[in-house]
Design a protein around this ligand. Sequence first.
Ligand code: AMP
Ligand code: MG
Length: 422
Amino acid sequence: MLSVEEAQGRILDLFHPLEPERKSLLEALGQVLAEEVISSLDIPPLSNAAMDGYAVQHRSIAGAAPHASRALRVIGQVAAGQLPQQEVTPGTAVRIMTGAPVPQGADTVVPFEDTDEFQGKSTGKGPLDRGEIRVMRGLSQGSNIRPAGQDIGRGQVALKRGAVLRPSELGVLASLGRDTVEVVRRPVVAIIATGDELLEPGEPPSAGKIYNSNGYSIAASVLRYGGIPRLLGIARDNPESLSAKLEEGLTADMLLTSAGVSTGDYDIVKELLARRGEVAFWSVRMKPAKPLAFGVFLGPGGKRVPHIGLPGNPVSTLVAFEEMVRPAILRMLGRTDMEKPTVLAVLEDDIANNDGRRVFARVVVTRREGRYYARLTGDQSSGILSSMALANGLAICPEDVSRIRAGEVAVVHMLDWPEGVF
Ligand code: AMP
Ligand code: MG
């Protein structure tokens, strides 16, 4: 039986970052940068005021204090988006707004708060009427001035290839004037549910049948981790039906099937896949999700389409997705940070391990007084999807540990980071 790491490693070996595509900024959210972004501009383009106030020469205000204010003649003003018309000379000041370019000659911006304008406002008698301002405090040279290129200099690498585009990275691109960006394209993932017992949601219930929940939980997981799901519906437990679906799936970047990989009489997925590609069937030393198929099919034009055959039990499908499929999707997306977000939590229930497999137990993680606690969400059999729906994490009992007791600490792979808990 393969270990979880061996299975993950052999799956990952088959996946590579996909080719780049050009996207408009907002559409690229969450994708990985496929180009090195070099700034063609200084940002900010000109040195500018960080506060509303007065642009002055530092030597005009040296030593200013409430009892020793310095009077300056106001010779003009400049707002953001304008260019200054006056040069600041000793003893003069230009009224300046945040973001406005600093006039020639000025090396310091005195905020309104440090002048008598501030006081004048509250008394209703403006010092501007006098054409004069009094500075009540000495500031160090360069105060409240943001130099040109302070954020990003022209010619500098603004964003590295491989960066994940979050709102801040998209903001950087926009600040460079860019409206499109080269990113690694998202993988298209074809999803086929197999089973004679399956009905599609929306169809009327029927005796002996169950609804295809795996198709939806798998497709939603694909979406959540950045892929583009293509739901191909249900293949019946016969080679013709599966064959037909398979053809549709071979244009995708990855093919996922659910069920038909255990040892039942109708597990034809195994047979057909073995005939149509290079397919390995594995038992992975994990619980749930022991049976797993993995291989490659030949698609149109000799394209090799990797396939992961997920187990049919609804929880097994999702756990196998989190541990085996998610890393593959992230690699195709160009991501290198593939570790699952993990916490160490004090268990509130025992987790038993009866047969030397790595157990992924459904838990809800809470935080109290700075510590994480993990409680089982209920029945842990692999068909109980409702206990997966209650969970925000998977607590791990290693293969060589027969039991972790309540009060001991376990590693938990987080499925969610609920607001307020973390
Ligand atoms: P199998 O691997 O085909 O033996 O399926 C294992 C279990 O998973 C059986 O109880 C199936 O009914 C169930 N199952 C298979 N496919 C799905 C599906 N798409 N949605 C929900 N349950 C499924
Ligand atoms: Mg079946």
